[in-house]
Design a protein around this ligand. Structure first.
Ligand code: DGL
Length: 263
């Protein structure tokens, strides 16, 4: 069986947390990691711009590469773009939404939802809470600073735990389960755990997404050699060299520039 070509999309480095889970299951496939850093942070964009950019960039990549499956590794985009993309594409499109359901099943106190400002305010998220955690107290925390901290960490900047504590302050001592409802946040899992305490369980959707992708693609490729791993950005990223070093640890080759083309 030939290699699958898997397109993973996010606004920045967050999708790497999802990539890691998929790659663990499907190490011999080809990966195209595309991030729209020109319009980052997505958590502060209007829905119409988010839908337009995501659809255009993905279609543009599909014009150039024989993609078999698209993974929207961004909660913020997934809450609004999935129906649009699915109506445009004839290949599977997998999205990621906050893991409210599994969190609610294990919580005996209160659930914290840590996500972007857009995700915590979306109707989609309110519906998830209504449907899957109706009896639970869910404390919402929308933060762009936390997204930035993950971007900085992947460029080698140290994480200031005092600042992280200030960002997470409203959750400390209040919850027993925290949903990492933005794909950037599993990249800060250790630091978040240090601040919230070991007794707070952190849940994210990465492994569930990987399971879904592996199911949709079948067994994946059975080649001996690893596949090709390429990363693309819509604008020159800050600290590009440092970011390339991090991407290398995920086995990606240096970033290629992939600007959004005009209409
Ligand atoms: N990684 C994204 C998410 O899962 C969005 C981060 C951002 O650009 O605000 O929501």
């Amino acid at each position: 069986m030939g290699r699958n070509n898997i397109l993973i999309f996010d606004s920045g480095v967050g999708g790497l947390s999802v990539f890691k889970e998929i790659y663990r299951r499907l190490p011999h496939d080809n990966y195209f990691y595309l991030f729209d850093n020109e319009a980052y942070p997505y958590g502060e964009l209007s829905q119409s711009i988010l839908i337009e950019r995501t659809c255009r960039l993905i279609n543009q990549m599909m014009d150039e590469q024989p993609i078999d499956i698209v993974v929207i590794a961004c909660n913020t985009a997934s809450t609004v773009v999935l129906p649009h993309l699915r109506s445009q594409l004839s290949i599977p499109v997998v999205g990621v939404v906050p893991a409210i359901k599994p969190a609610s099943l294990i919580s005996t106190k209160a659930v914290g939802l840590i996500a972007t400002p857009a995700t915590v305010s979306r109707q989609y998220t309110r519906d998830l809470i209504r449907d899957f955690a109706p009896e639970k107290e869910v404390v919402l925390l929308g933060s762009t600073r936390l997204v930035e901290m993950a971007e900085e960490k992947l460029r080698g900047f140290p994480i200031d735990l005092t600042e992280l504590q200030q960002v997470l302050n409203s959750l400390i001592g209040q919850i027993d389960v925290a949903v990492l409802g933005c794909t950037h946040f599993p990249l800060l899992k250790q630091e978040i755990s240090t601040v919230l305490g070991d007794d707070v369980v952190l849940v994210d959707s990465g492994s569930a997404i990987a399971k879904r992708v592996a199911y949709l693609l079948g067994e994946g490729s059975i080649q001996q050699e690893k596949g090709e791993l390429r990363a693309f950005c819509s604008a020159p990223p800050f600290e590009e060299e440092a970011l390339n070093q991090s991407l290398k640890t995920f086995s990606f080759s240096p970033i290629e520039h992939f600007p959004l083309r005009g209409v």
